[in-house]
Design a protein around this ligand. Structure first.
Ligand code: SF4
Length: 172
């Protein structure tokens, strides 16, 4: 009861300072290794905050961009090498592939892992067999999952096969 009153008081103070209407930072401004911010850790203090359930990056989007970039770069480099006889600069072509394709994909994957880490705070979906970690969505309902959004509300939850195994820390 007392805790609830204190929470209400803190929320009113934050509301008076206009801090409950904080905008969601766009992905270009947000740090690459995103961690839980106050709005996600204390949802009762920020009832107006609804993080976007659609993930910014998925394994599928990373692979798609790699394929698209390769589809453009390889023919372009092939053409330039044949046209201008630049065969001796093959190492430069490898460098371009690294800079344009491999390194951005690696960085995006790091960002994806950070997103997954945040999503693990939604313990219900993270321990459910219908949760797809590579796309951050529920396979049963075909909906994206977020820290605060459980599409089925817990009604369709089914334990993963690894649930209860030695490496599972749910009850530890
Ligand atoms: S069935 Fe429910 S608990 Fe399981 S992943 Fe889908 S939304 Fe989450």
């Amino acid at each position: 009861m007392m805790q609830r009153l204190l929470n209400n008081l803190r929320f009113k103070l934050l509301q008076a300072r206009g801090l409950t209407e904080l905008p969601v930072l766009p992905s270009t401004v947000a740090p690459s290794s995103r961690t839980l911010d106050e709005r996600e850790m204390y949802p009762h203090l920020f009832p107006n905050y609804h993080p976007e359930p659609v993930p910014e990056i998925t394994v599928g989007s990373i692979i798609l961009w790699v394929l698209l970039k390769l589809a453009v770069l390889i023919p372009a480099m092939w053409f330039l090498m044949e046209r201008y006889k630049w065969h001796q600069y093959w190492f430069a072509a490898l460098g371009i592939l690294w800079l344009v394709v491999v390194y951005p994909a690696f960085m995006q994957y790091q960002q994806f892992k950070a997103q997954t880490h945040v999503l693990e705070k939604n313990a219900l979906c993270a321990k459910c067999r219908h949760f797809d970690e590579t796309g951050h969505f529920c396979k049963l309902l075909d909906e994206h999952v977020s820290v605060q959004h459980t599409p089925c509300g817990g009604e369709r939850w089914e334990a993963r096969q690894s649930f209860g195994s030695d490496d599972d820390e749910t009850f530890s």
